[in-house]
Design a protein around this ligand. Structure first.
Ligand SMILES: [Zn+2]
Length: 347
């Protein structure tokens, strides 16, 4: 969660209008309700299928009020990562947005309507600095808290991405969860080989027991931050920003980057886009914050719909103990399946 929000100029409204007018994409998607069916597109001569996960962290009420109706419009299901002590709590969290969290009733509604509810700790604390007892409370406690509300969470996300490279933290995470999400990279690689350091998704090296860089408990997400060429937080005193149009263009680039990897229906890389606050307008996008204008969110969902993306949930991901890969549960793993209807498969 980022705490920086910049108030913006009226001109952004004009820019936004220009974006919306410019968004006329062909509608090609017809989704089946059961198994995952994907629309193939031809990229560089290969069939390509496009998948995306939409995650929502921190239990903000505005996700329920502003984002859910847009998800509903397109039949998309989100993955909501819950901070147990924020729920029903009017005073928790970062100022100045600390007075508006979901109620358990909202979360039950999301669950009933097929959205994915997962864990994001009890208090949204920095896990890197915690004792074993505190880690047990944050990780085991949030698992139990959700269970007490009829929700069996198997996936975890690290608050502010702290703890994913800490052996003690990962060991406690692994006691309670199958997978965990962290920042920040364009794609989640299902074989954990995307960033060049690992052979599979086991967290600890078989030979020396050391915690790896990319594994089942550090599945990469993209926090909807602008990536601004040449910007270094340590050396640039002025934080650069994107306007709505630039941010939309980056989103499009981000969700399409999987086409470099998912060839011939083999799904090996998925963008996991993480949203935080959904706000009713006037946002400037900077690398150190992650709120989004509801109108841009709407444009992004329309883009996914109109361009045949299949939105899956984090709970659609499983872990294969034999090959130590993450996989998509509804897809088969038959590499020899040349059936033209089977566009997508685990490979
Ligand atoms: Zn968070």
């Amino acid at each position: 969660m980022r705490r920086f929000l910049l108030s913006s100029a009226i001109i952004l409204g004009l820019i936004l209008n220009a974006i919306c007018i410019g968004l006329s994409f062909s509608v090609q998607s017809v989704y089946s309700s059961g198994k995952i069916t994907l629309q193939p597109t031809i990229v560089n001569g290969y069939n390509s299928s496009k998948v995306v996960i939409l995650a929502f962290d921190d239990s903000s009420k505005n996700q329920f009020i502003l984002a859910k109706p847009i998800l509903d419009k397109y039949g998309f299901k989100g993955s909501f990562f819950t901070v147990c002590n924020y729920v029903n709590n009017a005073t928790a969290g970062y100022k100045p947005y600390s007075h508006n969290y979901m109620a358990w009733q909202d979360i039950k509604t999301l669950q009933k309507q097929g959205h994915d509810i997962e864990s994001h700790t009890m208090t949204h604390t920095n896990l890197d600095t915690k004792s074993i007892q505190a880690l047990e409370y944050e990780l085991g406690g949030s698992k139990q808290c959700l269970l007490d509300h009829g929700i069996d969470s198997t996936i975890f996300s690290y608050p502010s991405s702290h703890g994913d490279s800490n052996t003690t933290v990962v060991k406690v995470v692994s006691k309670y969860y199958d997978l965990a999400r962290t920042a920040d990279a364009p794609l989640a690689f299902l074989h954990c080989n995307g960033y060049g350091k690992e052979k599979d998704c086991r967290p600890f090296n078989n030979n020396n027991g050391k915690l790896g860089y990319e594994h089942r408990y550090s599945i990469r997400e993209w926090g909807h931050h602008p990536h601004i060429e040449g910007y270094q937080p340590s050396t640039n005193s002025v934080v650069p920003s994107f306007n709505q149009s630039q941010m939309f263009n980056q989103f499009v680039k981000e969700v399409n980057s999987q086409q470099n990897y998912n060839k011939n229906g083999c799904i090996v890389a998925i963008p996991i886009v993480v949203y935080h606050k959904i706000l009713p307008g006037n946002i400037v996008y900077t690398p150190n914050k992650s709120s989004i204008d509801v109108n841009l969110f709407s444009a992004e969902m329309k883009y996914l719909h109109d361009n045949g993306f299949k939105v899956i949930k984090t709970s659609d991901l499983g872990y294969n103990q034999t090959n130590n890969h993450v996989y998509i549960k509804q897809l088969n793993s038959n590499n020899n399946n040349n059936n033209s209807n089977a566009y997508a498969k685990n490979c």
